[in-house]
Design a protein around this ligand. Structure first.
Ligand SMILES: NC(=O)c1ccc[n+]([C@@H]2O[C@H](COP(=O)([O-])OP(=O)(O)OC[C@H]3O[C@@H](n4cnc5c(N)ncnc54)[C@H](O)[C@@H]3O)[C@@H](O)[C@H]2O)c1
Length: 344
C-alpha cells in the first residue's frame, strides 16, 4: 500500500464504512479517516464499529468547504458520500444537487490542494432510463431477461437519467477535468446494486437488504410497476467483492488513471424481486404479504445488468460471491443486530 492517509467521504455509510474497516484490517498501519454528516438514517450505528476498528471519524458535510479543511495530509480519497436515492430529486432537487454535485466539487478541491488521488463511486444510473427500457426483453416465469450480456461503458449517456444519475455524470465530467488540469489521478466506478451487511436498506435504496429486513421483521412489501409481478431484475455485488476491486485500483492507479469501469454482479450474479422473495422465504422461513402496484415509477428500469468485461480484462477482477451468499450474509447481520435494527 503506497498511501499513508486515506479519507473516505460518506465513511459512515454502507459502502464507506465497509471500505474503511476493510482497508484498516488489511493494512493496519494505514491511517483511515471517515467523514460523514450522518444524514442517512442508520449511519450512526456504524460509528462504534468504526471506532473499534481504529478508523478516525470526522463529523462533516461535503457541502461545506470549511468542513473539508483538515489538519492532516490526504493522499487518497475514496468518494462514497451521496444522496444515493434515484427518487430523491423528484420532489426537491436541492439536497441532491448540493451534495452529489457541489459536494463533489468540494471533494475535488480537497484533492487538488492535497495532491491526493481519488477513487469515485459513480452509478449505473448515468445511463438513461429510456434507452435502457428500449433494450429487447423477454419474460420467463420468474424474471425479465435481456439477450445481451449487459451494459458496457460505451452505452449512450444521452437522455434523462434522473437527477441522481445526472449529478453523478456531471461529477464524473468534472473529475476528468481535475485529472487533466491539476495532475491528480483518479478512477470512476459505475456501480450496479451493491449489497451486504451494514446497509440500512430502504424502499428507494438498498432494495435487497430492504427485502430481507421486511421478511425478517414480517413487514408487508409491494411489487411496483412493470406488470407488478416482481420480474424486474438487478445485478447484485457483495460489498467485499467491491473492496477487492478498490484495493486493486488503489495499488495501480497510475496505470488506470482516468478510466471508467462498469462494476456489478453482472448476469451471473443477478436476481428479480420475485426470486429475491423466494430466497428470503427460504433463508428466514417467513412468508409475508406482497401486494401489487401497477403504476411504474418515473425513471424506473425493468432490468439492469453490468457488463464487467473491461474491468475483468484490465484488472483481472470478477465478483466471487453468489446472490444467495449475499442474502445469507445480510440475514446473519440482521439477526446479530436485531435490537438496534428494530429501532430504525
Ligand atoms: N449501494 C449501492 O447499491 C450503490 C450503487 C451504485 C452507486 N453507489 C454509490 O456509492 C456511494 C455510497 O453509497 P452507499 O450505498 O454507501 O450509500 P449510503 O447512504 O449508505 O452512504 C452515503 C453516506 O453519505 C453520507 N452523506 C450524505 N450526504 C452527505 C454530505 N452532504 N456530507 C457528508 N456525508 C454525506 C450519508 O450520511 C451516508 O452515510 C454513493 O456515491 C452511491 O451513489 C451505491
Amino acid at each position: 500500500m503506497k498511501y499513508n492517509n486515506i479519507l473516505i467521504t460518506g465513511g459512515a455509510g454502507f459502502i464507506g464504512s465497509n471500505m474503511a474497516v476493510s482497508f484498516k484490517r488489511k493494512y493496519p498501519k494505514l491511517k483511515v479517516y471517515a467523514l460523514d454528516n450522518l444524514k442517512r438514517r442508520g449511519a450512526e450505528l456504524n460509528l462504534p464499529r468504526l471506532k473499534e476498528n481504529d478508523v478516525n471519524f470526522i463529523h462533516g458535510d461535503i457541502r461545506n468547504p470549511e468542513d473539508l479543511v483538515l489538519d492532516f495530509d490526504v493522499d487518497l480519497m475514496i468518494e462514497c458520500s451521496a444522496e444515493p436515492s434515484v427518487l430523491a430529486g423528484f420532489d426537491n432537487p436541492s439536497y441532491i444537487i448540493n451534495t452529489n454535485l457541489t459536494g463533489t466539487v468540494n471533494c475535488l478541491e480537497l484533492c487538488r490542494k492535497h495532491k491526493a488521488d481519488i477513487i469515485f463511486l459513480s452509478t449505473s444510473r448515468v445511463y438513461p432510463y429510456q434507452a435502457i427500457n428500449k433494450i429487447k426483453t423477454i419474460e420467463t416465469s420468474t424474471r425479465f431477461e435481456w439477450l445481451i450480456k449487459g451494459i458496457n461503458e460505451n452505452f449512450t449517456t444521452q437522455g434523462p437519467k434522473t437527477l441522481y444519475g445526472a449529478t453523478k455524470l456531471s461529477s464524473e465530467l468534472l473529475l476528468q477535468e481535475y485529472i487533466a488540469n491539476y495532475g491528480i489521478k483518479g478512477v470512476i466506478n459505475r456501480c450496479g446494486v451493491i449489497g451486504g451487511p451494514w446497509q440500512f436498506g430502504k424502499i428507494d435504496q438498498g432494495i435487497f437488504t430492504y427485502w430481507m429486513l421486511a421478511h425478517y421483521f414480517k413487514k408487508p412489501l409491494k411489487y411496483i410497476g412493470f406488470g407488478a409481478r416482481g420480474k424486474q431484475v438487478r445485478d447484485l455485488l457483495h460489498v467485499d467483492d467491491l473492496f477487492t476491486l478498490i484495493d486493486i485500483e488503489a495499488s495501480q492507479l497510475s496505470g488506470i488513471n482516468g478510466n471508467i469501469y462498469n462494476v456489478g454482479g453482472g448476469k451471473e450474479v443477478s436476481l428479480s424481486l420475485y426470486e429475491a422473495t423466494k430466497l428470503c422465504q427460504e433463508i428466514t422461513g417467513n412468508k409475508i404479504k406482497i401486494s401489487s402496484d401497477l403504476e411504474t415509477r418515473k425513471g424506473d428500469i425493468s432490468i439492469y445488468l453490468s457488463d464487467n468485461s473491461k474491468v475483468a480484462q484490465e484488472l483481472r477482477w470478477k465478483p466471487k460471491r453468489s446472490v444467495k451468499s449475499v442474502l445469507s450474509g445480510i440475514f446473519t447481520w440482521i439477526r446479530n443486530n436485531e435490537m438496534e435494527l428494530r429501532k430504525i
